[in-house]
Design a binder for this molecule. Structure first.
Ligand code: SF4
Ligand code: SF4
Length: 406
């Protein structure tokens, strides 16, 4: 990564404030699992004082990139960037397990192929489960996963938005392959706010999964492809907090070349979450107050894109009442590959989120990230809890004024 690690780790004064908010440290309670411990490890790795080992790699991989630690750090140490740099450095460590190499080099590097394979596999081997939040499959491994479409939205006939306008809409893999209703509702909200969306055909991955596995070269390749799709647009809208944060915060660290870096910085300025560009006053409060909602702040939307008040404000304007969780901005435990590599740990963190949701008494969880939606839904189904998970746009569309809805 094009990033000066030393500038960062030398800022850490070892105060330990970050430990209190780290979901991983909360579960494991050992220094190596804490943000402070990770920073010490990263420093030793980059100062060549520590040989790569399975143990070091394990600690560095035990991070959700949730940035809760960054938010409370008095010196603004960017632990997420340090962890990503260390993952890059350790990516080719020969002690890698086969599964890790497969995830790094194939599954997360070739997401289009992976999603198509997932679609075929779940339909061949999975048991279909219908829930209020959509269709899910229970795989033979007992894992619950949402239905993956055979054809992604951007390449399908449903994509009637290929005429180039100034408002680009980047879908991201999960929305493109799974949540087509989010595309349709986002389009309605954009149109109601006077913006004609442009959805480039054959969109691909933003590169976050590859980056999170330490494959920076692949992530840079994917970032270049995404940026070139949106040449000549004034803004790039997303409804996925993780894709949005990747494009806004991480693209610039993928390139050594000054021109590429500048291009990534200019691109980042144009990236907006859908709720940031929705006009106020387009909703009618038709008394949804009896729909009890709780709102989950996706890590990358709240801390990555600084979007947390606006969704609540719009949900309120649309007439819904929000019952707040004790910790609405605590990570849901997904963390991309974290959830595959550290299944038990991820499940324990998700369980705490589910308990928090359940204790509000809400019947609906709204959120702004399809990854959180899939992860939270799966555990709600597993625990047989009658709580529906929706994207914020799904709620807002229902309250559009008739003359603004198209
Ligand atoms: S990362 Fe920040 S909060 Fe954590 S120990 Fe270092 S200075 Fe303190
Ligand atoms: S990013 Fe999240 S999981 Fe990683 S060290 Fe910081 S608080 Fe812990």
């Amino acid at each position: 990564m094009s990033y000066n690690q030393e500038d960062q780790y030398s800022l850490c004064v070892k105060c330990g404030k970050c430990r209190s908010v780290c979901p991983v440290f909360h579960e494991l309670n050992e220094e190596g699992a804490s943000p402070r411990g990770k920073i010490t490890l990263v420093q030793a790795i980059f100062d060549n004082k520590l040989e790569p080992s399975k143990r070091t790699k394990k600690f560095i991989s035990e991070c959700l990139l949730c940035t809760a630690c960054v938010a409370v750090c008095p010196n603004n140490v960017q632990t997420d960037l340090l962890v990503l740099s260390a993952r890059e450095k350790l990516a080719d460590y020969e002690g890698n397990k086969l599964i890790e190499t497969a995830l790094t080099k194939f599954v997360f590097a070739k997401t289009d192929v992976s999603f198509r394979l997932a679609s075929v596999t779940e339909q061949a081997l999975g048991k279909k489960l219908d829930s209020e939040s959509g269709i899910f499959y229970r795989l033979p491994t007992n894992r619950i996963v949402p239905e993956v479409r055979r054809v992604k939205f951007s390449s399908s006939r449903k994509n009637r938005y290929t005429y180039k306008t100034k408002t680009g809409f980047f879908l991201g893999c999960l929305i493109d392959f799974i949540y087509h209703d989010i595309v349709e509702d986002t389009v309605k909200l954009l149109e109601s706010s006077g913006k004609k969306p442009y959805i480039p055909k054959d969109q691909a991955c933003c590169g976050l999964p590859a980056l999170s596995m330490g494959n920076v070269e692949q992530a840079a390749k994917q970032a270049r492809a995404v940026m070139s799709l949106f040449d000549n647009t004034d803004m790039i809208v997303t409804a996925c907090g993780s894709c949005g944060s990747m494009m806004k915060n991480y693209y610039k660290f993928l390139f050594d070349d000054a021109e590429d870096k500048k291009k990534a910085e200019r691109f980042a300025e144009k990236v907006k979450d859908i709720v940031e560009v929705i006009d106020q006053g387009i909703f009618v409060n038709e008394g949804h107050a009896s729909d009890l909602i709780t709102y989950h702040d996706p890590c990358h939307l709240k801390r990555g894109m600084n979007v947390s008040k606006k969704p609540r404000m719009l949900i309120g304007e649309a007439g819904y009442k929000i019952l707040e969780m004790k910790a609405p901005d605590r990570c849901c435990g997904l963390g991309g590959a974290f959830n595959i590599k550290h299944r038990k740990l991820s499940t324990a963190i998700t369980k705490e989120k589910i308990d928090d949701i359940h204790s509000t008494g809400a019947a609906i969880v709204a959120t702004g990230c399809p990854g959180c939606m899939a992860n939270i839904s799966a555990m709600l189904i597993e625990q047989d809890l009658n709580v529906k998970v929706v994207h914020t746009v799904n709620l807002l569309v229902k309250a559009l004024k008739k003359n603004t809805a198209s």
